[in-house]
Design a protein around this ligand. Structure first.
Ligand SMILES: [Zn+2]
Length: 404
C-alpha cells in the first residue's frame, strides 16, 4: 500500500515528527530547512494520491489542485494550512497517543501536566494525541495539513461527491508573520479560500485585528549631572512620560474580546536618546485610526513642553481586519456555516485577537476566513488534539467542497 493512503491520524503523526519550527532571525524562505523537507514529503504524497499538478516552488510553497467533478460551473475553492510550528517551545515532537482518555489530569514527561482546562471533560473516552512534554505538538497547523491531505484522498476516490475545482496550498513561516509573503495567488487558482488553522471544532473566524507598529524616539540633552540644572532633558524619563500618556487599561493584559490595545514591546535609552516600540491593535477601523492618532498627539504634547523635535513617532501598518472583505462575500461564510451544521457542529464565531494569513490574502483579493482544526492549547507543551476531531473536520471539509 502506498504511504499516501493513510488515515488522518497516521498522516498527522507522520507530519508532526518532521521538525519545522520557523525562525524569525533567518531572512531566507523557508526560514528553516525542515519546512522544505515537509513540503517535499507533501508533494510526494499528493502525487501518489493522484494530485498530478502537485508542486513545490523555490520558497517551499506547496500547490496542487483537483479538477471539478460533475460541477464544472462551480467557483474554485481553496484550502490552506501552514507547515511551520511556533518557536515558543521546541518543535522536535515525539507524539504520544492516548487510546481512550479516562478524564482527569494527563501527565507528560518532564513533570508537565495537562490539567485545569474546561474542555478536558468533554474529551472523555476519546483517542487523544499529546506531546511527550518537551515540545509543541504541532497540531497548529499540521492538523490542518493532515485534514486537507485526507480530504484530497477522499475527493479522488470513485465515490467522491460532485465538487468544483479544489485548490490546496501549504505555506511556510506563518508563525513568524511571513506566511503569505510569496504566496502566488495565480498559481493557487482559487476564487475564494479557507485557512484550516483554528482551534476547537466549529470555530469559524473572519474578524481579526487591524494592526500597526510604532517606533517612538526621544532626543534628550545630556549634560554632566553636576551642572545639569535647567539644561538636561533626560530622554529616558521623557520616554517614560510618553508611556504614561497612553491609557493603562488599554493594554493586552487588561483587554479581551473586541477591546483593542497599545502594547509596549521594547524600550531602551539613556539621558541622550531613548526608544520605545509599540504595537497597536483594534478590530474597529475607526478606533484603530484614533489609536494611530493618539501617539503623535502624545508626542505633540511632550514637544510643546520640551521643545520641537524631542519626540518623534513613526507608524507602520501591519495588517487589517478581513471582516469587511469577507462580509462582502456572504456566500463564503454561509458555505462554512452550512458545512459545520451538516456535521452536527454549531459554528462559533469569535473575533481573532491577532492576524491570520487569511487576512492578508483577503486584502489581496482572495476572501479567506479561518476554520477550526480541532486542536487545543496551541504554542505550548500542553497542546493536544482528539483524533475524532480531526476525522470530523475531514467530514466538514468534504461537506464544504461538495456541490449542491
Ligand atoms: Zn497556526
Amino acid at each position: 500500500m502506498l504511504i499516501a493512503m493513510s488515515s488522518v491520524k497516521e498522516r498527522f503523526l507522520r507530519y508532526v515528527q518532521v521538525e519545522t519550527t520557523s525562525c524569525e532571525a533567518n531572512a531566507c524562505c523557508p526560514s528553516t530547512p525542515g519546512q522544505r523537507a515537509l513540503a517535499e514529503m507533501l508533494v510526494r504524497e499528493l502525487r501518489e494520491l493522484g494530485v498530478t499538478d502537485a508542486r513545490v516552488d523555490e520558497n517551499s510553497y506547496v500547490y496542487g489542485s483537483i479538477p471539478a467533478k460533475g460541477a464544472p460551473e462551480h467557483p474554485a475553492l481553496g484550502l490552506i494550512a501552514h507547515m511551520d510550528t511556533s518557536d515558543a517551545v521546541p518543535g522536535a515532537t515525539r507524539p504520544r497517543v492516548i487510546p481512550a482518555y479516562a478524564g482527569g489530569p494527563i501527565s507528560l514527561e518532564n513533570g508537565v501536566v495537562i490539567d485545569g482546562f474546561d474542555f478536558l471533560d468533554s474529551l472523555k473516552g476519546q483517542e487523544l494525541i499529546v506531546t511527550s512534554g518537551d515540545s509543541v505538538l504541532g497540531a497548529d497547523d499540521k492538523a490542518g495539513v493532515a485534514e486537507i491531505m485526507t480530504l484530497c484522498e477522499r475527493l479522488l476516490r470513485p465515490d467522491a461527491p460532485a465538487h468544483g475545482k479544489i485548490c490546496v496550498a501549504f505555506t511556510p513561516d506563518e508563525e513568524i508573520g511571513r506566511g503569505t509573503d510569496f504566496f502566488d495567488l495565480e498559481a493557487f487558482g482559487a476564487d475564494f479560500a479557507y485557512t484550516v488553522d483554528g482551534g476547537a471544532l466549529g470555530e469559524l473566524e473572519y474578524e481579526c485585528f487591524n494592526a500597526a507598529s510604532a517606533r517612538v524616539t526621544v532626543q534628550g540633552v545630556s549634560i554632566h549631572p553636576g551642572s545639569a540644572k535647567n539644561q538636561m532633558k533626560n530622554a529616558s524619563l521623557i520616554a517614560m512620560e510618553f508611556a504614561s500618556l497612553l491609557p493603562p487599561w488599554e493594554r493586552p493584559e487588561h483587554t479581551e474580546g473586541y477591546e483593542g490595545f497599545y502594547h509596549l514591546t521594547e524600550m531602551s535609552g539613556n539621558e541622550e536618546q531613548a526608544e520605545l516600540k509599540y504595537i497597536l491593535r483594534d478590530h474597529d477601523s475607526a478606533r484603530f485610526e484614533e489609536r494611530k492618532r493618539a501617539l503623535p498627539a502624545a508626542a505633540d504634547f511632550l514637544n510643546a513642553r520640551y521643545g520641537q523635535g524631542t519626540v518623534t513617532v513613526s507608524l507602520k501598518d501591519s495588517y487589517r481586519n478581513m471582516k469587511e472583505i469577507v462580509l462582502a462575500h456572504p456566500e463564503v461564510l454561509e458555505r462554512a456555516r452550512r458545512a459545520f451544521e451538516q456535521n452536527g457542529l454549531t459554528p462559533v464565531m469569535t473575533p481573532i485577537r491577532g492576524g491570520t494569513d487569511g487576512a492578508q490574502l483577503s486584502f489581496r483579493g482572495l476572501p479567506c476566513p479561518n476554520l477550526s482544526t480541532g486542536g487545543y492549547n496551541f504554542h505550548g507543551r500542553k497542546e493536544l488534539i482528539p483524533v475524532p476531531a480531526m476525522e470530523k473536520m475531514v467530514d466538514v471539509l468534504l461537506s464544504l467542497v461538495s456541490a449542491g
